[in-house]
Design a protein around this ligand. Structure first.
Ligand code: ATP
Length: 515
Protein backbone atom coordinates (compact mmCIF):
# COMPACT_ATOMS: atom_id res chain seq x y z
CA UNK A 1 0.00 0.00 0.00
CA UNK A 2 2.73 2.42 1.03
CA UNK A 3 4.54 1.84 -2.26
CA UNK A 4 1.32 2.48 -4.21
CA UNK A 5 0.77 5.71 -2.30
CA UNK A 6 4.30 6.84 -3.10
CA UNK A 7 3.75 6.16 -6.79
CA UNK A 8 0.51 8.13 -6.73
CA UNK A 9 2.17 11.06 -4.95
CA UNK A 10 4.86 11.08 -7.64
CA UNK A 11 2.19 11.14 -10.33
CA UNK A 12 0.51 14.17 -8.76
CA UNK A 13 3.72 16.12 -8.23
CA UNK A 14 5.02 15.28 -11.70
CA UNK A 15 1.73 16.47 -13.23
CA UNK A 16 2.21 19.78 -11.48
CA UNK A 17 5.92 20.19 -12.07
CA UNK A 18 5.66 19.57 -15.81
CA UNK A 19 2.63 21.76 -16.47
CA UNK A 20 -0.03 19.06 -16.82
CA UNK A 21 -2.47 19.58 -13.94
CA UNK A 22 -2.79 22.31 -11.30
CA UNK A 23 -5.11 22.57 -8.35
CA UNK A 24 -7.88 25.05 -9.20
CA UNK A 25 -7.52 28.52 -7.60
CA UNK A 26 -4.30 27.43 -5.96
CA UNK A 27 -3.42 30.95 -4.79
CA UNK A 28 -6.55 30.79 -2.61
CA UNK A 29 -5.53 27.39 -1.26
CA UNK A 30 -7.41 25.52 -3.96
CA UNK A 31 -10.92 24.20 -4.36
CA UNK A 32 -11.46 20.61 -3.33
CA UNK A 33 -11.67 18.12 -6.22
CA UNK A 34 -11.49 20.81 -8.90
CA UNK A 35 -8.45 20.99 -11.18
CA UNK A 36 -7.07 23.06 -14.04
CA UNK A 37 -5.19 21.63 -17.00
CA UNK A 38 -2.01 23.50 -17.82
CA UNK A 39 -0.09 23.90 -21.06
CA UNK A 40 0.76 20.20 -21.48
CA UNK A 41 -2.40 18.90 -19.83
CA UNK A 42 -4.64 20.87 -22.17
CA UNK A 43 -2.86 19.32 -25.17
CA UNK A 44 -3.00 15.78 -23.82
CA UNK A 45 -6.69 16.19 -23.03
CA UNK A 46 -7.40 17.55 -26.51
CA UNK A 47 -5.54 14.62 -28.08
CA UNK A 48 -7.43 12.02 -26.03
CA UNK A 49 -10.71 13.70 -26.98
CA UNK A 50 -9.73 13.62 -30.63
CA UNK A 51 -8.63 9.98 -30.43
CA UNK A 52 -12.05 9.11 -29.03
CA UNK A 53 -13.99 11.31 -31.47
CA UNK A 54 -12.20 9.86 -34.48
CA UNK A 55 -12.83 6.30 -33.33
CA UNK A 56 -16.47 6.91 -32.50
CA UNK A 57 -17.78 9.54 -34.91
CA UNK A 58 -15.45 9.89 -37.87
CA UNK A 59 -14.85 6.17 -38.43
CA UNK A 60 -18.45 5.04 -37.91
CA UNK A 61 -20.86 5.96 -40.68
CA UNK A 62 -23.76 5.46 -38.31
CA UNK A 63 -22.61 7.76 -35.48
CA UNK A 64 -22.93 11.55 -35.49
CA UNK A 65 -21.79 14.18 -33.01
CA UNK A 66 -23.65 16.64 -30.81
CA UNK A 67 -22.72 19.52 -28.52
CA UNK A 68 -25.63 20.07 -26.15
CA UNK A 69 -25.75 22.83 -23.50
CA UNK A 70 -24.78 22.20 -19.89
CA UNK A 71 -28.00 23.83 -18.67
CA UNK A 72 -31.15 21.90 -19.41
CA UNK A 73 -34.80 22.36 -18.55
CA UNK A 74 -35.16 21.19 -14.92
CA UNK A 75 -37.86 18.67 -15.82
CA UNK A 76 -35.14 16.75 -17.68
CA UNK A 77 -33.74 15.65 -14.35
CA UNK A 78 -37.13 14.73 -12.92
CA UNK A 79 -37.76 12.56 -15.96
CA UNK A 80 -34.32 10.95 -15.96
CA UNK A 81 -34.68 9.96 -12.30
CA UNK A 82 -31.73 12.05 -11.15
CA UNK A 83 -33.77 14.24 -8.78
CA UNK A 84 -35.08 11.21 -6.93
CA UNK A 85 -32.41 8.59 -7.42
CA UNK A 86 -29.01 10.10 -8.22
CA UNK A 87 -27.76 9.43 -4.73
CA UNK A 88 -24.69 7.96 -3.15
CA UNK A 89 -24.85 6.23 0.23
CA UNK A 90 -22.75 8.19 2.71
CA UNK A 91 -21.50 7.26 6.15
CA UNK A 92 -19.64 9.33 8.73
CA UNK A 93 -17.10 8.17 11.22
CA UNK A 94 -18.12 9.60 14.58
CA UNK A 95 -14.59 9.83 15.94
CA UNK A 96 -12.62 11.19 12.98
CA UNK A 97 -15.63 13.14 11.60
CA UNK A 98 -14.55 11.91 8.16
CA UNK A 99 -17.19 11.20 5.55
CA UNK A 100 -17.10 8.20 3.21
CA UNK A 101 -19.11 6.56 0.51
CA UNK A 102 -20.40 3.43 2.21
CA UNK A 103 -20.21 1.37 -1.00
CA UNK A 104 -16.63 2.48 -1.62
CA UNK A 105 -15.58 1.42 1.88
CA UNK A 106 -16.88 -2.07 1.15
CA UNK A 107 -15.39 -2.13 -2.35
CA UNK A 108 -11.99 -1.12 -0.99
CA UNK A 109 -12.24 -3.98 1.49
CA UNK A 110 -12.89 -6.33 -1.40
CA UNK A 111 -9.97 -4.71 -3.25
CA UNK A 112 -7.71 -5.86 -0.43
CA UNK A 113 -8.93 -9.44 -0.82
CA UNK A 114 -8.24 -9.17 -4.54
CA UNK A 115 -4.70 -7.97 -3.88
CA UNK A 116 -4.18 -11.08 -1.78
CA UNK A 117 -5.25 -13.17 -4.76
CA UNK A 118 -2.84 -11.27 -6.99
CA UNK A 119 -0.05 -11.88 -4.51
CA UNK A 120 -0.76 -15.63 -4.50
CA UNK A 121 -0.74 -15.62 -8.30
CA UNK A 122 2.58 -13.81 -8.42
CA UNK A 123 4.12 -16.20 -5.92
CA UNK A 124 2.89 -19.24 -7.81
CA UNK A 125 4.01 -17.84 -11.16
CA UNK A 126 7.49 -17.46 -9.75
CA UNK A 127 7.45 -20.95 -8.28
CA UNK A 128 6.16 -22.73 -11.39
CA UNK A 129 7.93 -20.60 -14.00
CA UNK A 130 6.99 -21.35 -17.61
CA UNK A 131 4.71 -24.20 -16.60
CA UNK A 132 2.39 -21.81 -14.74
CA UNK A 133 -1.22 -21.88 -15.88
CA UNK A 134 -2.94 -18.87 -14.34
CA UNK A 135 -6.46 -19.93 -15.26
CA UNK A 136 -6.04 -23.35 -13.71
CA UNK A 137 -4.40 -21.92 -10.62
CA UNK A 138 -7.29 -19.49 -10.07
CA UNK A 139 -9.78 -22.31 -10.40
CA UNK A 140 -8.05 -24.90 -8.22
CA UNK A 141 -5.90 -23.29 -5.54
CA UNK A 142 -8.05 -23.63 -2.43
CA UNK A 143 -6.85 -20.46 -0.75
CA UNK A 144 -7.50 -18.39 -3.89
CA UNK A 145 -10.90 -20.01 -4.44
CA UNK A 146 -11.86 -19.12 -0.85
CA UNK A 147 -10.71 -15.52 -1.27
CA UNK A 148 -12.66 -15.20 -4.51
CA UNK A 149 -15.78 -16.64 -2.94
CA UNK A 150 -15.48 -14.25 -0.02
CA UNK A 151 -15.11 -11.27 -2.40
CA UNK A 152 -18.05 -12.36 -4.54
CA UNK A 153 -20.33 -12.90 -1.55
CA UNK A 154 -19.60 -9.45 -0.16
CA UNK A 155 -20.15 -7.70 -3.48
CA UNK A 156 -23.35 -9.61 -4.11
CA UNK A 157 -24.75 -8.64 -0.75
CA UNK A 158 -23.72 -4.99 -1.21
CA UNK A 159 -25.34 -4.94 -4.64
CA UNK A 160 -28.58 -6.45 -3.36
CA UNK A 161 -28.82 -4.10 -0.37
CA UNK A 162 -28.19 -1.03 -2.50
CA UNK A 163 -30.73 -2.17 -5.04
CA UNK A 164 -33.35 -2.63 -2.31
CA UNK A 165 -32.22 0.67 -0.73
CA UNK A 166 -31.64 -1.33 2.45
CA UNK A 167 -29.14 1.12 3.94
CA UNK A 168 -29.33 -0.53 7.37
CA UNK A 169 -27.90 -3.69 5.83
CA UNK A 170 -25.07 -1.74 4.21
CA UNK A 171 -24.14 -0.46 7.67
CA UNK A 172 -24.46 -3.98 9.08
CA UNK A 173 -22.11 -5.25 6.38
CA UNK A 174 -19.53 -2.59 7.24
CA UNK A 175 -19.77 -3.60 10.89
CA UNK A 176 -19.62 -7.33 10.18
CA UNK A 177 -16.51 -6.87 8.05
CA UNK A 178 -15.07 -4.75 10.86
CA UNK A 179 -14.15 -2.01 8.41
CA UNK A 180 -12.32 0.79 10.17
CA UNK A 181 -12.00 4.47 9.20
CA UNK A 182 -8.82 4.59 7.06
CA UNK A 183 -7.86 7.87 8.76
CA UNK A 184 -8.36 7.01 12.42
CA UNK A 185 -8.83 3.26 12.66
CA UNK A 186 -12.14 3.84 14.48
CA UNK A 187 -15.14 1.58 13.85
CA UNK A 188 -17.64 4.01 15.32
CA UNK A 189 -19.98 4.66 12.38
CA UNK A 190 -23.19 6.66 11.89
CA UNK A 191 -26.12 5.23 9.96
CA UNK A 192 -25.87 5.20 6.17
CA UNK A 193 -27.80 8.04 4.45
CA UNK A 194 -28.55 8.90 0.83
CA UNK A 195 -27.00 12.08 -0.61
CA UNK A 196 -28.01 13.67 -3.94
CA UNK A 197 -25.04 14.51 -6.13
CA UNK A 198 -26.49 17.23 -8.34
CA UNK A 199 -25.39 20.86 -8.05
CA UNK A 200 -28.24 23.35 -8.09
CA UNK A 201 -28.16 26.87 -9.48
CA UNK A 202 -30.61 29.55 -10.59
CA UNK A 203 -31.54 31.00 -13.95
CA UNK A 204 -32.94 34.54 -14.16
CA UNK A 205 -32.31 37.86 -12.43
CA UNK A 206 -35.12 38.35 -9.95
CA UNK A 207 -35.38 36.20 -6.89
CA UNK A 208 -39.09 35.33 -7.26
CA UNK A 209 -39.09 34.49 -10.95
CA UNK A 210 -35.73 32.70 -11.04
CA UNK A 211 -35.88 29.09 -12.12
CA UNK A 212 -34.08 26.36 -10.23
CA UNK A 213 -31.65 24.56 -12.48
CA UNK A 214 -29.09 21.81 -12.13
CA UNK A 215 -25.66 21.60 -13.61
CA UNK A 216 -25.83 18.40 -15.68
CA UNK A 217 -24.40 15.37 -13.84
CA UNK A 218 -23.96 13.51 -17.14
CA UNK A 219 -23.94 14.49 -20.79
CA UNK A 220 -26.27 11.67 -21.84
CA UNK A 221 -29.55 13.51 -21.26
CA UNK A 222 -28.62 16.18 -23.83
CA UNK A 223 -28.49 13.36 -26.34
CA UNK A 224 -31.80 11.81 -25.32
CA UNK A 225 -33.80 15.03 -25.55
CA UNK A 226 -32.29 15.73 -28.99
CA UNK A 227 -32.73 12.20 -30.25
CA UNK A 228 -35.53 12.87 -32.70
CA UNK A 229 -34.11 16.21 -33.91
CA UNK A 230 -30.84 14.55 -34.79
CA UNK A 231 -32.43 11.45 -36.27
CA UNK A 232 -34.68 13.48 -38.55
CA UNK A 233 -32.10 16.03 -39.69
CA UNK A 234 -29.40 13.42 -40.28
CA UNK A 235 -31.89 10.91 -41.73
CA UNK A 236 -30.24 8.19 -39.65
CA UNK A 237 -31.73 4.73 -39.62
CA UNK A 238 -31.66 2.52 -36.57
CA UNK A 239 -29.19 1.28 -35.41
CA UNK A 240 -27.34 4.60 -35.08
CA UNK A 241 -25.49 6.55 -32.44
CA UNK A 242 -25.05 10.10 -31.16
CA UNK A 243 -21.79 11.04 -29.46
CA UNK A 244 -20.69 14.04 -27.46
CA UNK A 245 -17.99 15.23 -25.14
CA UNK A 246 -18.50 17.85 -22.47
CA UNK A 247 -18.43 18.93 -18.86
CA UNK A 248 -20.47 17.23 -16.15
CA UNK A 249 -20.77 18.14 -12.48
CA UNK A 250 -21.23 16.00 -9.38
CA UNK A 251 -21.07 17.01 -5.76
CA UNK A 252 -19.00 13.95 -4.89
CA UNK A 253 -19.01 12.98 -1.22
CA UNK A 254 -15.39 12.02 -1.09
CA UNK A 255 -12.98 13.33 -3.61
CA UNK A 256 -9.48 12.51 -2.49
CA UNK A 257 -8.06 10.87 -5.56
CA UNK A 258 -6.75 13.74 -7.66
CA UNK A 259 -8.46 13.80 -11.08
CA UNK A 260 -9.96 10.32 -10.61
CA UNK A 261 -13.00 11.73 -8.83
CA UNK A 262 -13.70 15.39 -9.50
CA UNK A 263 -16.61 17.69 -8.86
CA UNK A 264 -16.30 19.19 -12.37
CA UNK A 265 -15.14 16.75 -15.02
CA UNK A 266 -15.52 15.89 -18.67
CA UNK A 267 -17.31 12.92 -20.15
CA UNK A 268 -17.16 11.34 -23.58
CA UNK A 269 -20.42 9.53 -24.15
CA UNK A 270 -22.11 7.75 -27.01
CA UNK A 271 -25.73 6.61 -27.03
CA UNK A 272 -26.48 3.93 -29.57
CA UNK A 273 -30.17 3.57 -30.50
CA UNK A 274 -31.24 0.04 -31.40
CA UNK A 275 -34.30 -2.05 -32.13
CA UNK A 276 -35.91 -3.39 -28.93
CA UNK A 277 -34.75 -6.96 -28.42
CA UNK A 278 -31.37 -6.42 -30.11
CA UNK A 279 -29.82 -4.59 -27.14
CA UNK A 280 -27.93 -7.61 -25.75
CA UNK A 281 -26.14 -8.15 -29.02
CA UNK A 282 -25.17 -4.46 -29.30
CA UNK A 283 -24.14 -4.34 -25.67
CA UNK A 284 -21.65 -7.18 -26.30
CA UNK A 285 -20.43 -5.51 -29.49
CA UNK A 286 -19.78 -2.20 -27.79
CA UNK A 287 -18.05 -3.85 -24.85
CA UNK A 288 -15.65 -5.49 -27.26
CA UNK A 289 -15.20 -2.38 -29.38
CA UNK A 290 -14.43 -0.14 -26.45
CA UNK A 291 -11.88 -2.59 -25.03
CA UNK A 292 -10.17 -2.65 -28.42
CA UNK A 293 -9.97 1.14 -28.38
CA UNK A 294 -8.19 1.02 -25.04
CA UNK A 295 -5.83 -1.75 -26.10
CA UNK A 296 -4.91 0.13 -29.29
CA UNK A 297 -2.91 2.52 -27.10
CA UNK A 298 -0.55 -0.30 -26.15
CA UNK A 299 -0.64 0.28 -22.39
CA UNK A 300 -0.70 -3.44 -21.57
CA UNK A 301 -3.56 -5.93 -21.68
CA UNK A 302 -2.97 -6.85 -18.05
CA UNK A 303 -3.94 -3.36 -16.97
CA UNK A 304 -7.56 -3.72 -18.06
CA UNK A 305 -10.41 -5.94 -16.99
CA UNK A 306 -14.19 -6.05 -17.26
CA UNK A 307 -16.33 -5.85 -14.19
CA UNK A 308 -19.94 -6.87 -14.71
CA UNK A 309 -22.34 -5.06 -12.41
CA UNK A 310 -24.26 -6.88 -9.71
CA UNK A 311 -26.15 -3.74 -8.80
CA UNK A 312 -27.87 -2.25 -11.82
CA UNK A 313 -28.81 1.42 -12.00
CA UNK A 314 -32.51 2.20 -12.18
CA UNK A 315 -32.37 2.45 -15.98
CA UNK A 316 -30.20 -0.53 -16.94
CA UNK A 317 -30.76 -4.17 -17.93
CA UNK A 318 -27.02 -4.91 -18.18
CA UNK A 319 -23.92 -2.95 -17.26
CA UNK A 320 -20.19 -3.46 -17.15
CA UNK A 321 -17.19 -1.34 -16.35
CA UNK A 322 -13.85 -1.37 -18.05
CA UNK A 323 -11.51 -1.15 -15.11
CA UNK A 324 -7.94 0.06 -15.28
CA UNK A 325 -5.05 -0.61 -12.94
CA UNK A 326 -4.58 2.85 -11.43
CA UNK A 327 -1.79 3.43 -8.87
CA UNK A 328 -4.41 2.72 -6.18
CA UNK A 329 -5.68 -0.50 -7.74
CA UNK A 330 -8.22 -1.56 -10.38
CA UNK A 331 -10.99 1.05 -10.69
CA UNK A 332 -13.68 2.02 -13.17
CA UNK A 333 -12.47 3.87 -16.22
CA UNK A 334 -15.45 3.47 -18.53
CA UNK A 335 -19.00 2.19 -18.29
CA UNK A 336 -20.97 0.31 -20.92
CA UNK A 337 -24.67 0.27 -20.12
CA UNK A 338 -27.71 -1.22 -21.73
CA UNK A 339 -30.23 1.48 -20.73
CA UNK A 340 -33.36 -0.09 -22.28
CA UNK A 341 -35.98 2.46 -23.40
CA UNK A 342 -36.02 4.00 -19.93
CA UNK A 343 -34.76 7.48 -20.79
CA UNK A 344 -36.67 8.06 -24.01
CA UNK A 345 -39.89 6.70 -22.50
CA UNK A 346 -39.55 8.93 -19.47
CA UNK A 347 -38.88 12.02 -21.56
CA UNK A 348 -41.88 11.12 -23.67
CA UNK A 349 -44.01 10.83 -20.55
CA UNK A 350 -42.80 14.05 -18.90
CA UNK A 351 -42.75 16.23 -22.04
CA UNK A 352 -45.90 14.86 -23.64
CA UNK A 353 -43.96 14.71 -26.95
CA UNK A 354 -43.53 11.52 -28.95
CA UNK A 355 -39.94 10.29 -29.04
CA UNK A 356 -40.51 7.37 -31.36
CA UNK A 357 -38.83 6.09 -34.42
CA UNK A 358 -40.67 4.90 -37.48
CA UNK A 359 -39.07 1.70 -38.65
CA UNK A 360 -39.72 1.44 -42.38
CA UNK A 361 -38.69 -2.21 -42.50
CA UNK A 362 -41.12 -3.23 -39.80
CA UNK A 363 -43.62 -0.57 -40.76
CA UNK A 364 -44.20 0.51 -37.16
CA UNK A 365 -43.30 3.08 -34.53
CA UNK A 366 -41.33 2.24 -31.41
CA UNK A 367 -39.22 3.79 -28.68
CA UNK A 368 -35.68 2.58 -29.38
CA UNK A 369 -33.51 0.85 -26.82
CA UNK A 370 -30.16 2.40 -25.95
CA UNK A 371 -26.70 1.01 -25.37
CA UNK A 372 -24.28 3.64 -24.10
CA UNK A 373 -20.57 3.89 -23.70
CA UNK A 374 -19.45 6.46 -21.15
CA UNK A 375 -15.89 7.34 -20.30
CA UNK A 376 -14.43 10.10 -18.14
CA UNK A 377 -11.87 12.10 -20.09
CA UNK A 378 -10.06 13.06 -16.89
CA UNK A 379 -9.93 9.43 -15.74
CA UNK A 380 -8.53 8.43 -19.10
CA UNK A 381 -5.95 11.19 -18.68
CA UNK A 382 -5.00 9.79 -15.27
CA UNK A 383 -4.81 6.25 -16.63
CA UNK A 384 -2.42 7.35 -19.37
CA UNK A 385 -0.39 9.68 -17.23
CA UNK A 386 0.09 7.32 -14.30
CA UNK A 387 0.86 4.34 -16.51
CA UNK A 388 3.39 6.34 -18.53
CA UNK A 389 5.45 7.71 -15.68
CA UNK A 390 8.54 5.52 -15.23
CA UNK A 391 11.79 5.68 -13.33
CA UNK A 392 14.36 3.81 -15.37
CA UNK A 393 17.78 2.59 -14.38
CA UNK A 394 20.28 3.24 -17.14
CA UNK A 395 23.32 1.18 -18.07
CA UNK A 396 25.70 3.75 -16.59
CA UNK A 397 23.99 3.38 -13.21
CA UNK A 398 22.08 6.68 -13.34
CA UNK A 399 18.28 6.89 -13.47
CA UNK A 400 15.97 8.83 -15.71
CA UNK A 401 12.36 9.90 -15.26
CA UNK A 402 10.45 9.35 -18.45
CA UNK A 403 6.83 9.91 -19.35
CA UNK A 404 6.09 7.27 -21.97
CA UNK A 405 2.79 8.72 -23.15
CA UNK A 406 1.67 6.90 -26.33
CA UNK A 407 3.29 9.06 -29.03
CA UNK A 408 -0.04 9.66 -30.76
CA UNK A 409 -1.30 11.47 -27.66
CA UNK A 410 1.88 13.23 -26.50
CA UNK A 411 1.36 16.99 -26.04
CA UNK A 412 4.60 17.91 -27.82
CA UNK A 413 5.77 15.63 -30.60
CA UNK A 414 9.31 16.91 -30.97
CA UNK A 415 11.84 19.27 -29.42
CA UNK A 416 14.52 20.80 -31.63
CA UNK A 417 17.91 21.71 -30.17
CA UNK A 418 20.90 23.55 -31.56
CA UNK A 419 23.97 21.81 -30.10
CA UNK A 420 25.45 25.23 -29.27
CA UNK A 421 24.02 28.72 -29.29
CA UNK A 422 26.22 30.01 -32.12
CA UNK A 423 27.65 29.36 -35.61
CA UNK A 424 24.22 29.49 -37.25
CA UNK A 425 22.92 26.38 -35.44
CA UNK A 426 20.04 28.22 -33.64
CA UNK A 427 18.89 29.61 -36.98
CA UNK A 428 18.79 26.19 -38.64
CA UNK A 429 17.04 24.67 -35.61
CA UNK A 430 14.45 27.45 -35.72
CA UNK A 431 13.95 26.83 -39.44
CA UNK A 432 13.18 23.18 -38.68
CA UNK A 433 10.72 24.20 -35.94
CA UNK A 434 9.01 26.66 -38.30
CA UNK A 435 8.56 23.93 -40.87
CA UNK A 436 7.39 21.17 -38.50
CA UNK A 437 4.96 23.32 -36.51
CA UNK A 438 2.44 23.34 -39.35
CA UNK A 439 1.86 19.65 -38.66
CA UNK A 440 2.91 18.93 -35.09
CA UNK A 441 3.32 20.65 -31.74
CA UNK A 442 7.07 21.21 -31.57
CA UNK A 443 9.29 23.31 -29.34
CA UNK A 444 12.69 24.92 -29.59
CA UNK A 445 15.09 24.53 -26.65
CA UNK A 446 18.65 25.81 -26.44
CA UNK A 447 19.18 25.99 -22.67
CA UNK A 448 21.67 23.70 -20.85
CA UNK A 449 23.76 20.80 -22.12
CA UNK A 450 22.08 18.48 -24.61
CA UNK A 451 21.97 15.62 -22.09
CA UNK A 452 19.92 17.75 -19.71
CA UNK A 453 17.65 18.85 -22.52
CA UNK A 454 17.03 15.17 -23.33
CA UNK A 455 16.10 14.46 -19.69
CA UNK A 456 13.77 17.45 -19.62
CA UNK A 457 11.94 16.22 -22.72
CA UNK A 458 11.83 12.64 -21.39
CA UNK A 459 10.09 13.88 -18.28
CA UNK A 460 7.80 16.01 -20.41
CA UNK A 461 6.76 13.04 -22.53
CA UNK A 462 8.14 14.32 -25.86
CA UNK A 463 8.69 11.34 -28.20
CA UNK A 464 11.45 12.90 -30.36
CA UNK A 465 14.43 15.18 -29.84
CA UNK A 466 16.15 16.58 -32.91
CA UNK A 467 19.65 17.96 -32.54
CA UNK A 468 21.26 20.31 -35.01
CA UNK A 469 25.09 20.31 -34.99
CA UNK A 470 27.89 21.57 -37.19
CA UNK A 471 27.59 18.62 -39.53
CA UNK A 472 23.98 19.66 -40.13
CA UNK A 473 25.19 22.86 -41.78
CA UNK A 474 27.32 20.87 -44.19
CA UNK A 475 25.17 17.91 -45.15
CA UNK A 476 21.63 18.86 -44.05
CA UNK A 477 21.33 16.00 -41.58
CA UNK A 478 20.40 15.98 -37.88
CA UNK A 479 20.27 13.40 -35.11
CA UNK A 480 16.85 12.23 -34.03
CA UNK A 481 16.56 10.61 -30.63
CA UNK A 482 13.69 8.32 -29.66
CA UNK A 483 12.30 8.87 -26.15
CA UNK A 484 11.48 5.26 -25.29
CA UNK A 485 14.62 3.54 -26.57
CA UNK A 486 16.99 6.54 -26.32
CA UNK A 487 18.27 5.35 -29.68
CA UNK A 488 19.79 8.06 -31.91
CA UNK A 489 19.85 8.10 -35.69
CA UNK A 490 21.49 10.43 -38.18
CA UNK A 491 18.88 11.36 -40.76
CA UNK A 492 18.32 13.90 -43.51
CA UNK A 493 16.40 16.98 -42.37
CA UNK A 494 14.04 16.30 -45.25
CA UNK A 495 13.12 12.92 -43.69
CA UNK A 496 12.36 14.17 -40.16
CA UNK A 497 8.74 14.97 -40.87
CA UNK A 498 8.09 11.48 -42.23
CA UNK A 499 9.75 9.78 -39.27
CA UNK A 500 7.64 11.70 -36.75
CA UNK A 501 4.52 11.22 -38.80
CA UNK A 502 4.99 7.46 -38.88
CA UNK A 503 4.92 7.26 -35.08
CA UNK A 504 2.22 9.79 -34.23
CA UNK A 505 -0.26 9.22 -37.03
CA UNK A 506 -3.69 8.52 -35.54
CA UNK A 507 -4.64 6.29 -38.43
CA UNK A 508 -1.90 3.78 -37.68
CA UNK A 509 -2.83 3.67 -33.99
CA UNK A 510 -6.57 3.38 -34.54
CA UNK A 511 -6.08 0.67 -37.14
CA UNK A 512 -4.80 -1.52 -34.32
CA UNK A 513 -8.45 -1.76 -33.25
CA UNK A 514 -8.99 -3.96 -36.30
CA UNK A 515 -6.22 -6.45 -35.40
P1 ATP B 1 -18.11 5.93 -9.86
O1 ATP B 1 -18.74 4.63 -9.48
O2 ATP B 1 -16.60 5.88 -9.92
O3 ATP B 1 -18.63 7.11 -9.09
P2 ATP B 1 -20.05 6.10 -11.90
O4 ATP B 1 -20.38 4.66 -12.08
O5 ATP B 1 -20.96 6.97 -11.12
O6 ATP B 1 -18.55 6.24 -11.35
P3 ATP B 1 -20.88 6.86 -14.49
O7 ATP B 1 -22.05 7.60 -14.02
O8 ATP B 1 -21.06 5.54 -15.16
O9 ATP B 1 -19.81 6.73 -13.31
O10 ATP B 1 -20.02 7.84 -15.43
C1 ATP B 1 -19.30 7.39 -16.56
C2 ATP B 1 -17.85 7.72 -16.47
O11 ATP B 1 -17.64 9.08 -16.09
C3 ATP B 1 -17.09 6.92 -15.41
O12 ATP B 1 -16.70 5.68 -15.91
C4 ATP B 1 -15.90 7.80 -15.12
O13 ATP B 1 -14.87 7.58 -16.06
C5 ATP B 1 -16.46 9.20 -15.33
N1 ATP B 1 -16.75 9.83 -14.03
C6 ATP B 1 -17.84 9.67 -13.27
N2 ATP B 1 -17.78 10.42 -12.17
C7 ATP B 1 -16.60 11.09 -12.23
C8 ATP B 1 -15.95 12.04 -11.39
N3 ATP B 1 -16.51 12.46 -10.27
N4 ATP B 1 -14.74 12.50 -11.77
C9 ATP B 1 -14.17 12.10 -12.91
N5 ATP B 1 -14.73 11.21 -13.74
C10 ATP B 1 -15.93 10.71 -13.42
Amino acid sequence: MAVQEDVFKKVISHAKEYGYVFQSSEIYDGLSAVYDYAQNGAELKKNIREYWWKAMVQLNDNIVGLDAAIFMHPTTWKASGHVDAFNDPLIDNKDSKKRYRADVLVEDYVGKIESKIEKEVKKAAKRFGDAFDKKQFLATNQRVVDYQEQADTILKRLGKSLEREDLADVKKLIEELEIACPMSGSKNWTDVKQFNLMFGTKLGASADTAMDLYLRPETAQGIFVNFLNVQKTSRMKIPFGIAQTGKAFRNEIVARQFIFRMREFEQMEMQFFVKPGSQKEWYEKWKENRMKWHLSLGMGEDNYRFHDHEKLAHYADAAADIEFRFPFGFKELEGIHSRTDFDLSKHQEFSGKKLQYFDTEENKNYVPYVVETSIGLDRMFLAIFSNSLKEEELENGSTRTVLKIPAVLAPTKAAVFPLVKKDGLPELAQEIVDDLKWEFNVIYDQKDAVGRRYRRQDANGTPFCITVDHQSLEDKTVTIRHRDTMEQQRVAIADVKGIIHQEVDMKAWLQKMQD
